[in-house]
Design a protein around this ligand. Sequence first.
Ligand code: NDP
Length: 330
Amino acid sequence: LTYTAAERRYERVPYRRSGTSGLDLPAFSFGLWQKFGTDYPFATQREIILHAFDLGITHFDNADRYGPPHRAAQQNFGRVLAKDLAPYRDELILSTKAGNPIGPSPYLRGGSRKSLLTSLDHSLRDLGTDYVDIFYHHSPDPGTPLEETVGALVSAVQQGKALYIGISNYLPDRAHEAAGLLRAAGVPLLIHQARYSIYDRRPEQNGLLDTARRDGFGAIVYSPLAQGLLTDKYLERVPEGARAADSTFLSPDAIDETYRRRTAELNKIAAARGQSLAQLALQWVLRRPEVTSALIGASSTAQLDHNLAALEFPELTDDELALIDEHGIH
Ligand code: NDP
């Protein structure tokens, strides 16, 4: 079937400026970390990607590592790009990352020039595109001089293989240092990707969001639903097919009595607002102006519809935020 994008796709999701750059990102971005490899039906993956674009989610986040096996998520995205989204390439913000291990070779990990630039070339082949919009160093590599890593990222832009540069999982000091080096090279840091949710507040506690504001880069925050823990689905049991049942990245051990008690309290706060816990958790990360975009995953189009409806509720009040703190902080 031929795909035509929804005509009114830009009426739903607000777009937010990434730091002091010129680039807007949708308030929700879509990540292909889980269930976009060979472990899930391609027809469903395609349907989710196209539905996301129809909703106004222009930004799709990938990495060389995402699968299983590694690289499969980008290859699957590449199939959708070639078949369905090619006419809309100018409207897409595609990102990829390199640096987390994808094999035993010393050149398939880390922050060396060799690792980063060969991974990017391979990712462009996987995705079937000449350039990505954002190229990230996936995690800091203390064993490689930051100058080498930053130099490779700058080269990617100079070679026309990436339009913007991001870093991920860097602590604030190193992020600040990277931002300085990138600025000096004429390639300002666009964005930092960090984990942030009601259950993981490190970016606001360790000063990362402050650093983002001061250095003028955006923050795109991953796992805002704590991989699904900030929904009501695990309150009674671990449903079949859910990430905690299937994935090595979310252990069912995370779902203990303490988790259930805290989550049930948060669920009540959401219910009092007439919304779901997922919707509340997404509004919570987006309340911070430094946060450019909430980077979500989904295993169905229904989850996407449900989560985007978070945009329709009034902002969280100070009283509600205080209550969320009471139950959300460990
Ligand atoms: P989320 O916290 O949004 O978790 C998404 C998962 O929660 C879904 O896949 C689904 O899993 C479940 N879910 C979503 N909505 C609902 C709902 N309404 N009701 C019930 N369950 C729901 O984000 P992710 O952890 O998926 O991370 C998002 C993206 O962030 C990744 O794809 C990746 O791009 C990026 N990321 C980056 C990292 C980095 O190091 N830079 C690390 C991790 C992620 P299911 O149905 O399968 O249970």
